[in-house]
Design a protein around this ligand. Sequence first.
Ligand code: BGC
Length: 321
Amino acid sequence: MLSKTAFGEYDLFTIINKNGMSISVTQLGATLQSVRVFDRKGALSDVILGYDSPEEYLKNDGYFGASVGRYANRIKGACFTLGGKEYKLTANDGKNTLHGGEGISFKRFTAHAGDNSVRFTLCDPDGADGFPGRLELAVEYSLSDDNELAISYSAVSDKDTVLNLTNHSYFNLRGHGAVTEHELWINADEYLPVDAELIPLASPAPVEGTAFDFREQRRIEHSFYDHCFVLHGDGACARLYEPESGRVMTVTTDMPAVQLYTAGAMTERRGKGGAVYSPAGALCLETQLFPDSPNRPDFPSCILKAGECYSSRTVFKFETD
Ligand code: BGC
């Protein structure tokens, strides 16, 4: 069931499934504003960080719940070459581009509501943040009666371009507290070592024997994660478990990588309902292409040819254990 309420000058859509699980999404940045799920005793909690007003989202340096593009993660030196032409981008992370520069996360999307889904569309002009091509973009959220939150992306550009879209939700399956107490499994044998500016170094490295080995579900423990994990094709790529509530979130994607960010760089702030959000109080599992792929022909391609359709889908399924 879907309902619509005002969110300042934007619309907020809430979808409730037959179990009582719900999500709220807003056209501001095609943002996921809340995800309310049951724990093993049947108590509902909101398991993502966010804000109660669009004004706070517009100052949202953490990209809470936002759709991120045109290029999620970093592009070294805020430039890349495509078809023999150099494109200069907005640098917003030192000399580099992070999450597209000005990006799409603060833009007003047009909303198209269904019964258990909302599709947000945006026409991003040629040259936005320096990226080539007029991009027709759609982000669709849906919630099934199996407690599956699906996020589907599709896009077409009128010029060859690069594209890497993700969702930037910060999850805490207890609703609050240190996320390092959660347990995590990631289906990755390799991760990307990075330099001091979080730009990938030479090539993927094995997780074996490092703090990046999540091949057996285990306590996260550390808060320094801001790294890209290389996935094994389609299927479940990550499972997050919070022992006290029993909540489990399983992530499935068709993307080749997932960025694990344990919010170590997030500054303390107040969020929804006045809650205090502290560093490492939540984590992001951002399914995506590899960082800096526009400059890395050795990485899976991020090139979207003119007129071709970009499409990707990530599902977050909620259960208790
Ligand atoms: C990046 C972090 C960054 C955060 C907020 C994450 O996706 O990997 O380095 O601090 O987004 O922008």
